[in-house]
Design a protein around this ligand. Structure first.
Ligand code: NAD
Ligand code: UDX
Length: 480
């Protein structure tokens, strides 16, 4: 029986391994982690992450050929294939601070592997890493190897949160990079055989190591660039009276462009886009490619601009101050169908409003009060470390209350900001919300999900990203 061990039981390690276990009953899969609470949760009825369909897959396989354990060394020792899916945060100090990937966790995992194994292994990079990381890992492993042969593969993960299980069951492609030596090709074949149990052969792409590593950064940069492009257009739409949804639709009909990922929003979030682009920018700079670095940096700059612009719209519409006013925040997760808040645009929007002394009442169907308070007090990039190593915040933000109901959040509020596109926000009783709010009552839709005309009929003043402006907003300053 082939044995797989995955180091890192996070958003990637957990779902990815669960699907491998589901589709390969003859493979034993053990997911290990240094975080005891995470592993305890994976072994309980309350999984540590919310992902549609995940619970079902885990329940089918757990205890059969899928296991979660904190005994990292034992399972690494026993495995034939070791996936490494640990955190790769952005560095906050030293060389490359604010951009480069911090490979501390990766390096410590590699050193531990070198220490404990006694037979040949295939080590798979599942974490997103800078180009040439495989070479560094190879060096760590071979310099400490005691004659053991290691083959390093790059197998970046393309799943998106909220649709992870579907993405894993029917991936657009699986990418495997390896050395172009006979041993490297053999290792590629071993991993290919695992995926081939459910992924059609023509969707399994094999490349050299560096192409696989770079393709992951490039794919995320291209996706984020589409969002920044449409968000840049949204500002122009507001200035000209065009409607960004109509523009996206017309543009996306061109088969060379395609319709996906053209929804204007308050900004993209998530653990990957910003981090991976900063990493890409850093690699470009290190290679002397200043113009290329600046080009990709703009994708982040527009995203920051979009979040600022949204805050400014809120403040300027409400007589240029939100001081002491209650603002309801509907949605805190970085997208719907996940409880993940990493780099969610809601953090910057809330901080912007708090900066203008607003009182916030926040509701998200999947995010806890504790998480929201941590997010609003944590330093930039601190979120991307194992939970037990994150600094604990000594205080909470007093002007923030977290409630478990949209109606409670909006009661007596002066304005409502929709920051996540949860389906339930589309079908709220907006008349009831209006009746219970201060007047004039404002809705700021950062995800373009409400029916603007209907809300205006009720009496709301409505701002919707990139849509023709409410007469109320026409003469207000718009630029960040
Ligand atoms: P995560 O923080 O959810 O999980 C990482 C886990 O690794 C944590 O549970 C942590 O405790 C554990 N860990 C860290 N060092 C360890 C060690 N030495 N030994 C054992 N366990 C250790 O992160 P994630 O979202 O799963 O991301 C993992 C990697 O995958 C990152 O490089 C990320 O950029 C990449 N990635 C993420 C996504 C996504 O959607 N989240 C998608 C594609 C790629
Ligand atoms: C992304 C990539 O899609 C995935 O392939 C990679 O493996 C990890 O990073 P994820 O961050 O989980 O996945 O979600 P994604 O669906 O890409 O959304 C990212 C952000 O962009 C979210 O905040 C989302 O709301 C926003 N977004 C997405 C838009 O604002 N407009 C869009 O049209 C699409």
């Amino acid at each position: 029986m082939v044995k797989i061990c995955c180091i890192g039981a996070g958003y990637v390690g957990g779902p990815t391994m669960a699907v491998i276990a589901l589709k390969c009953p003859s493979v034993e899969v053990v997911v290990v982690d240094i975080s005891v609470p995470r592993i305890t949760a994976w072994n309980s009825d309350q999984l540590p992450i919310y992902e549609p369909g995940l619970e079902d897959v885990v329940k089918q396989c757990r205890g059969r050929n899928l296991f979660f354990s904190t005994d990292v060394e034992q399972h690494v020792f026993e495995a034939d294939i070791i996936f490494v899916s640990v955190n790769t945060p952005t560095k906050t100090r030293g060389l490359g601070a604010g951009k480069a990937a911090d490979l501390t966790y990766w390096e410590s995992a590699a050193r531990m592997i070198a220490d404990v194994v006694k037979s040949d292994k295939i080590v798979v990079e599942k974490s997103t890493v800078p180009v040439k990381t495989a070479e560094a890992i190879e060096k760590i492993l071979t310099h400490n190897s005691k004659g053991i042969n290691f083959q390093i593969l790059s197998n970046p993960e393309f799943l998106a949160e909220g649709t992870a299980i579907q993405d894993l069951l029917k991936p657009d492609r699986v990418l495997i990079g390896g050395r172009e030596t006979p041993e490297g090709q053999k290792a590629i074949q071993v991993l290919k055989d695992v995926y081939a149990q459910w992924v059609p052969e023509d969707r399994i792409i094999t490349t050299n190591l560096w192409s696989a590593e770079l393709s992951k950064l490039a794919a995320n940069a291209f996706l984020a660039q589409r969002i920044s492009s449409v968000n840049a257009m949204s500002a122009l739409c507001e200035a000209t009276g065009a409607d960004v949804s109509q523009v996206s639709h017309a543009v996306g009909k061109d088969t060379r462009i395609g319709p996906k990922f053209l929804n204007a929003s308050v900004g993209f979030g998530g653990s990957c886009f910003q981090k991976d682009i900063l990493n890409l920018v850093y690699i470009c700079e290190c290679n002397g490619l200043t113009e290329v670095a600046n080009y990709w940096k703009q994708v982040i700059d527009i995203n920051d601009y979009q979040k600022n612009r949204f805050v400014n719209r809120v403040v300027s519409s409400m007589f240029n101050t939100v001081s002491g006013k209650k603002i309801a925040i509907l949605g805190f997760a970085f997208k719907k169908d996940t409880g993940d808040t990493r780099e969610t645009p809601a953090i910057d929007v809330c901080k912007g409003l708090l900066g203008d002394k607003a009182r916030l009442s926040i509701y998200d169907p999947q995010v806890s009060e504790d998480q929201i308070q941590r997010d609003l007090t944590m330093k930039k990039f601190d979120w991307d470390h194992p939970l037990h190593l994150q600094p604990t915040s000594p205080t909470s933000v007093k002007q923030v209350s977290v409630v478990w109901d949209a109606y409670e959040a909006t009661k007596d509020a002066h304005g409502v900001c929709i920051l996540t596109e949860w389906d339930e926000f589309k079908t709220l009783d907006y008349q009831r919300i209006y009746n219970n709010m201060q007047k004039p009552a404002f809705v700021f839709d950062g995800r373009n999900i409400v029916n603007v005309d209907k809300l205006r009929e009720i009496g709301f003043i409505v701002y919707s990203i990139g849509k023709p402006l409410d007469p109320w907003l026409k003469d207000m300053p718009a630029v960040a």
